[in-house]
Structures are given as C-alpha cells and as structure tokens.
Design a protein around this ligand. Structure first.
Ligand code: PEP
Ligand code: MN
Length: 339
C-alpha cells in the first residue's frame, strides 16, 4: 500500500503517519519529495490490518493499493504463463486443449459414443455432469455415483481425461477419487468453503465465473484455491447474466482478454453455457481462440433434442467435428499451430 500525504505536510505530522503504519504491523518506507511525501507500507495484508483507515488522518490525501488483491493469481507475482498438467495433458503457456462431452452423463451408450466421437475430433478431456445444479428441484439432478462410474469407464476405454462438477463439500472426496479435473460451477463460484475443500484435494480445478461475478471477484475466488496450496487452477468464462434475452448468458470475451493480462492462469471458454444456443457455439469458439483462450469446454450430445439437460445448447457430433476444424486457423494465427 502507498500512503500519499497532502503537500507541505509538516515533519511532525509525517512522523505521526509513519508511527501509525508501524503500529498497524507494516514496515514504513517514506519517500520525501520537494512538496509531497509518500509512504510505502510493506507487509502482508492477509495478516495485517487494512490501511485504508489512515485516510481518517487529516494529513493523508489517499491510500493506494499497489498490489492486486489477488496476489498469487496476478501476473505481477508470476509473469510466466502457468501450465497445468492434467496427468500428461498440458494446458496453458501455448498448450491448447479441447474439452467436450454432454452436459449430463445420462447412460453408458450416450457417454461412450460421445467420448469416442469427441476424441476422434481432437478432444483430450471428456466433460460430463454426474451431479447437476438445476434451477428446479423437479428437473434431472444427475446420476451421481453411477455417473462417476460411467466417466471412469469412458476414460478407461478412450484414454480421455475426465472433468466433472462438484456441487458440495460433502462430495469432494469421492468426486476427486474419480475425476482428473474438478469443475466448480457458476452457482458455486464464490462458495469459499467448497473452493478450499477442492483445493485440498490436490486435483486441478476448473473454476467457472459466477453469473454476476466481477472479474476481480473471479480472480479472488481463484486466489482462495491458490492460497490453500493448489496451484493448478483453470479459469473458465461461461457468460454472465445481462439484460439481453436473445442469448441465455452474455459470453464476456473481453473478460478472457482481461484475465489473460491480469493473471498467469490458463483461461478456458465455455461457449455452451455462454450463449445457450447451439447455432452460435462455433462462432464463439473461433472468437475465444482468436483471443488466445487456452481451451474450450463444449457441450456435445449424440441427440441434443433428447438431452436431459441443456438440449438447446449442445452440439451434435457432426457440428463438433466441424468446430474442431474451424478453430484451426485461429489457433495457427495465435501461435498454437501444433495443436
Ligand atoms: C455445466 O457446465 O453444465 C454447468 C452447469 O455450468 P455452469 O456452472 O457454468 O452453469
Ligand atoms: Mn450444461
């Protein structure tokens, strides 16, 4: 933090602020200018009191935060891109990944046929919800443990890594025993106890942005995971709720560009929840790749019209194959030709 004093503050009043900074547990480093003095306060804000209270002193003009609130997630603290290694599948730092699969795991036939098809199109990670966060309690809630078993079966058969959502702290242990990546959904994006529990599992975590979460809050949620000792975080933009009604959510591609600037963590884009319309998914994927997203999370279903959740936004096998080819020029243009 930097404390800016008013011009021509007398020495005694400067010393008073210096003493206050020390009292609050920081090391004061004053810089004396010709007319104005600033004091840098060095210390960890997590364990010390907030210095903003110093603005109550009449000689203090402002208190500025020089470091980001998200320290570990910031590029300031870690200029190089982080590469998350999911059991041999690298994500970030020029490594692009396609994650695809149904919104919900529905049956062995549905999951295995999808797994084979998305693998043939270039996906290396299979998505599928076993525990589904549904708006209505009367809608399909997912197959639970049976869904996890089917995901494991699909991994065994295809070699794809698997990502699936964890809905509650209660489920972390057994979901982590099956999955290669834990997904934290938009509705749990700021469920900090769940974030901490997932962090402790040691598994890579894909953290969705909340429906009305600011970018700073999203990065601070990632900070919870990093601060609890788990460096393998994937940020996922999945659209935010706005006044627009032609799309389910407004996919915030600017947030992808901001997150890539502000943070070293890989950024994944979910165009499916992002717009809620299968007919727009391809275009949004191209846009996301052009913005240097490190991966895509796409909902794919053998027969979207019969899907038990999110049918309107899932693409079929042919559309996914087309998509995987259409993104290639955008990958090449952004230096990911090797994909
Ligand atoms: C999903 O991926 O199917 C899902 C429920 O995502 P979100 O949490 O982004 O709504
Ligand atoms: Mn879905």
């Amino acid at each position: 933090m930097i404390i800016v004093l008013r011009p021509h503050t007398p020495k005694a009043a400067i010393d008073e602020v210096i003493a206050e900074v020390s009292k609050l547990g920081y090391e004061p480093a004053p810089i004396f200018g010709v007319t104005q003095t600033v004091i840098a306060a060095i210390g960890d804000e997590r364990t010390h009191q907030n210095l903003e209270s110093l603005t109550a002193l009449p000689q203090v003009e402002s208190v500025l935060r020089v470091q980001k609130r998200y320290k570990l997630a910031s590029r300031e603290s870690h200029p190089e891109d982080t590469v998350v290694d999911v059991d041999g599948v690298k994500i970030g730092g020029g490594h692009f990944v396609l994650m695809a699969g149904p919104c919900s795991v529905e049956s062995e036939e549905q999951l295995l046929s999808t797994a084979r098809s998305v693998k043939a199109a270039g996906a290396t990670i299979l998505r599928g919800g076993a525990y589904k966060p549904r708006t209505s309690p009367y809608e399909f809630q997912g197959l639970g443990k049976e869904g996890l078993r089917l995901l494991e079966l699909a991994r065994k058969e295809t070699g794809l890594k698997i990502i699936t959502e964890v809905l509650s702290e209660r489920d972390v242990e057994h979901v982590a025993a099956s999955a290669d990546i834990l997904q934290i959904g938009a509705r749990n994006a700021q469920n900090f106890q769940l974030l901490i529990e997932c962090a402790r599992s040691g598994k890579p975590i894909l953290l969705k942005r909340g429906m009305s979460e600011k970018i700073e809050e999203w990065l601070l949620a990632a900070e919870y995971i990093l601060a609890h000792g788990n460096p393998n975080v994937l940020l996922c933009e999945r659209g935010i709720r706005t006044f627009e009604t032609y799309t389910r959510n407004t996919l915030d591609l600017a947030a992808v560009a901001v997150a890539k600037k502000e943070s070293h963590l890989p950024v994944i884009v979910d165009p499916s929840q992002g717009c809620g319309r299968a007919d727009l998914v391809l275009a949004l994927c191209c846009g996301a790749v052009a913005l240097k997203a490190d991966g895509l999370l796409v909902e794919v279903h053998p027969n979207p019209a019969e899907a038990m959740s999110d049918g309107q936004q899932q693409v079929d096998f042919a559309a996914f194959k087309e998509l995987s080819e259409m993104i290639r020029p955008f990958l090449a243009a952004t230096g990911r030709a090797g994909w």
